[in-house]
Design a binder for this molecule. Structure first.
Ligand code: GLC
Ligand code: CA
Length: 595
């Protein structure tokens, strides 16, 4: 059932990304050619059997000993990434930035922050990635800029500055209060009064991250122009930061009810904005790109619209349902893990995007705790649960995303005090709770331990030398103390290597059409221990079955696997015909001639 060699290179349909682009060598040695003239053996774009790896540059590898990861570090690890088999590298932002939000506050969209390197080094990284058949996806952060961006400096300078309307400025309400009641994602109000003119500006994130006004066509053109500039440099696509928030709920901003409870994102203009972007940037520019929109709060119905190829908006979205169901009133209030609920959410996203649209598959990233700590058992069954979730995720339909360190089963950290944390979200939350609401410091810290973003941002653990081989200097954030045992060197030498298991999963996605495209069906949805599903090829003749025991207990119930099925892959040594699944055991079976 393996696909013909050329499928993934030539599959990009003209209606998604048309135009000419120089040939790019790809991982299996063939070349990617112009989508409009190339033969198109299937209607499936190349990224339908690609795997993306996310690099968080600050924490990946430091080449000059200043304690901060950089481009030199990424370049030194390209062979490692090529060995893993990934197709696309998504780089979290490396643009010039005051770094209030680790680069998600950009002060210049057309340069590289000196802490990471410069444009020449970036070009070298791009060329070296392309030589290895890997594409590069940039992080596009255009819901907001840094308050140090030249656009905002101008905008704030006077009420009649030509760039005044590039951001959201409003006078105080007649009673002297803020324009509306929206709160920032990083605690406190979403409006800050600026001394220069006495008006308020909107920031859905930090005070230092003012929101751009996408209603203004000059803003949109400036962003599109910048995107074309990066495409000219040779980048292969964009991961678009909180892109559904660019379309504000205008009634709420200026409405009489002050916007409370109405939410602020995914205004109806969003589809028009994304279609215009597609037209002005991707359709107008030669190439075969991939786009993924980060979209907190969107439903499956929204996502099916955003990713319908005929609508020319986005290739896929990051949805948030499966990373938002396991907490109480706020994200730092964790609830016990509920497997049935997780299966329902992931299963629904699979089936509701089956006919139209495409899923992004992820269980962690730089904003989430480590997947093995959140969904698995990061002590007794660390390796088993890390590989179980890898198998469960990578066998679904969609494009899998591997977050740096997940491929060796890196875990959460429990730093002793808030002073050890760097993330603005966690630090602001702690201060607000402890200083304003008198919460118990230990309780707030426990929430940060469980859900804080720094869990994913501690330095990549390369080996057991000082600072985990991440840097020769003091890292900007402490290394996870488990680095002597959890690191790439140890893992890759182990018989039960997590890295080796990821390699197998990634290779399967490249070669197995049922893995890439098969229909999904959730099995035993109510079972509290078993995550099971089937994938069936488009013609119905091939069927894969995943069975995974997501618990610390053995599972002896009959498995939904027909007699005669063959074991393709398992995360624990094979046990012949024994149907018992050991704790955190996951298996993949194949049933030939399924129907
Ligand atoms: C996205 C990013 C996150 C950042 C926020 C504001 O959610 O992934 O890291 O803090 O947007 O840019
Ligand atoms: Ca450095």
């Amino acid at each position: 059932m393996s696909r013909r060699n050329g499928d993934r290179e030539h599959g990009s349909p003209a209606l998604i990304h048309s135009g000419q682009r120089p040939e790019l060598p790809t991982r299996n040695g063939t070349t990617m050619t112009d989508a409009t003239t190339a033969p198109r053996p299937t209607p499936h774009p190349w990224w339908t059997n690609a795997v993306v790896y996310q690099v968080y540059p600050r924490s990946f590898a430091d080449s000059n000993g200043d304690g901060i990861g950089d481009i030199g570090g990424i370049r030194s690890k390209l062979d490692y990434l090529a060995e893993l088999g990934i197709d696309v590298l998504w780089l979290s932002p490396m643009y010039p930035s005051p770094q209030h939000d680790n680069g998600y506050d950009i002060s210049d969209y057309r340069d590289i922050d000196p802490v990471f390197g410069d444009l020449d080094e970036f070009d070298a990284l791009l060329a070296e990635a392309h030589e290895r058949g890997m594409r590069i996806m940039m992080d596009l952060v255009v819901n907001h800029t840094s308050d140090e961006h030249a656009w905002f400096r101008e905008s704030r300078s006077s009420v009649d500055n030509p760039k005044r309307d590039w951001y959201w400025w409003r006078p105080a309400r007649p009673d002297g209060d803020r324009p509306n009641d929206w709160t920032s994602a990083f605690s406190g109000p979403a409006w800050t009064r600026d001394e220069t003119t006495g008006e308020y500006y909107l920031h859905l994130f930090a005070t230092e991250q003012p929101d751009l006004n996408w209603e203004n066509p000059e803003v949109r053109e400036a962003v599109y122009d910048m995107m074309r500039w990066w495409l000219d440099r040779g980048v292969d696509g964009f991961r678009m930061d909180v892109i559904n928030l660019i379309a504000k709920n205008l009634d709420a901003i200026d409405g009489a009810d002050r916007g409370s409870g109405l939410g602020f994102g995914t205004g109806p203009q969003i589809h028009g904005f994304l279609q215009e972007m597609h037209r002005e940037v991707f359709a107008a520019h030669p190439g075969s790109y991939v786009t993924v929109g980060e979209m907190p709060g969107v439903s499956t119905a929204d996502a099916a619209l955003f990713t319908d190829p005929l609508r020319r908006e986005l290739d896929m979205v990051f949805q948030f349902e499966h990373v938002s169901f396991d907490h109480g009133s706020h994200k730092f209030d964790p609830l016990p893990f509920d497997l049935v609920a997780l299966k329902e959410i992931l299963g629904r996203w699979q089936t509701e995007l089956a006919e139209t649209g495409w899923n992004s598959l992820y269980l962690g990233n730089h904003d989430q705790p480590r997947l093995v700590s959140r969904f698995g058992n990061d002590t007794v069954y660390r390796v088993e649960s890390a590989t179980l979730w890898a198998l469960v995720l990578h066998l679904m339909r969609g494009t899998p995303y591997v977050y740096q360190g997940d491929e060796i089963g890196m875990t959460n950290v429990t730093f002793a005090t808030i002073d050890d944390y760097r993330d603005i979200e966690s630090v602001n939350h702690y201060r607000e709770q402890v200083e304003q609401f008198d919460a118990s410091p230990a309780a707030v810290l426990a929430g940060v331990h469980a859900r804080g973003r720094d869990n994913a941002r501690t330095p990549m653990q390369w080996d057991s030398s000082a600072h985990a081989g991440f840097s020769t200097g003091d890292p900007w954030i402490a290394v996870n103390p488990n680095y002597p045992t959890v690191n790439t060197e140890e893992d890759r030498a182990a018989a039960d290597s997590v890295f080796a298991f990821y390699r197998q999963l990634i290779a399967l996605r490249h070669t197995d059409a049922t893995v890439a495209l098969g229909r999904f069906e959730l099995l035993e949805p109510q079972h509290p221990q078993l995550f099971a599903y089937a994938r069936t090829s488009e013609d119905g003749t091939d069927r894969l079955i995943v069975v995974a025991n997501a618990s610390d207990e053995p599972l002896t119930d009959p498995l939904p696997v027909p007699a005669g099925a063959t074991l393709v892959l398992g995360n624990q040594p094979a046990t012949g015909d024994d149907p018992t699944l050991r704790p955190w055991e996951a298996r993949l079976y194949r049933v030939g001639s399924a129907l």
